[in-house]
Design a protein around this ligand. Structure first.
Ligand code: SME
Length: 203
């Protein structure tokens, strides 16, 4: 099957079946590849296009207008060939824009506990999914696109051996043009997708 066809959605799926289908397609798409840049690029593309192909989100007023990842800066390699003025580790903890689909977005989200703000920072620091029905009512929300009305952000959590606490790697963020665009079924589906993505990559 051509890679692009993995984002095709059969007609008549309810929301739970939609998320199951995307999970299944993504598991095939990520098989045999362990690099997070490559896998997150395909994950954001598959989900963005699948969401646009389902009637649950595919109409102009309910469209998902952004779908992508922010990753902790430690995951980005330091420059290999060009000089840098500041060592990587000397900068405050932050999430950097990773693979995504949608319009250009803010590149950097501060996650130092005393200065963090926004939905992504909260999901990252609290290690739980944020389901935001109205972004304008969310304290500290960072508006990347004035058309966005609601948002869901799920943390990417890596399980570690020997009872160590999970490591927060970043977040998976979806924006919607409708108020209350996402519900508990989407939260369940996105959290499963996030686990699949984390498990499919070397970090
Ligand atoms: N709204 C997010 C910022 C990221 S964009 O939505 C792509 C936030 O408040 O953290």
């Amino acid at each position: 099957m051509p890679h692009a066809d993995s984002a095709m959605i059969p007609p008549g799926l309810d929301k739970a079946a939609f998320w199951d289908h995307v999970h299944e397609q993504l598991s095939h798409l990520l098989a045999g590849q362990r690099h997070w840049v490559t896998n997150l690029a395909n994950a954001s593309s598959l989900l963005f296009n699948a969401l646009q192909a389902t009637p649950h989100f595919g109409t102009a007023d309910r469209m998902v207008n952004w779908c992508g990842f922010y990753l902790h800066s430690d995951l980005f390699p330091p420059p290999r060939f060009s000089p840098t003025t500041q060592p990587h580790a000397a900068q405050p903890p932050r999430l950097l824009l990773g693979p995504f689909c949608g319009k250009p977005a803010c590149q950097l989200i501060n996650v130092s506990p005393e200065r963090a703000r926004g939905v992504c920072a909260d999901a990252y620091l609290q290690r739980r999914t944020m389901l935001v029905t109205d972004v304008e009512a969310y304290p500290g929300h960072i508006a990347c696109d004035g058309d966005t009305k609601s948002e869901i952000v799920c943390p990417l959590l890596l399980a570690l051996p020997d009872g160590q606490p999970e490591r927060a790697l970043g977040v998976f963020d979806l924006d919607c043009l409708a108020l209350a665009g996402f519900d508990e079924r989407d939260k369940f589906g996105l959290e499963r997708i996030a686990r699949l993505v984390v498990d499919a990559c070397d970090w």
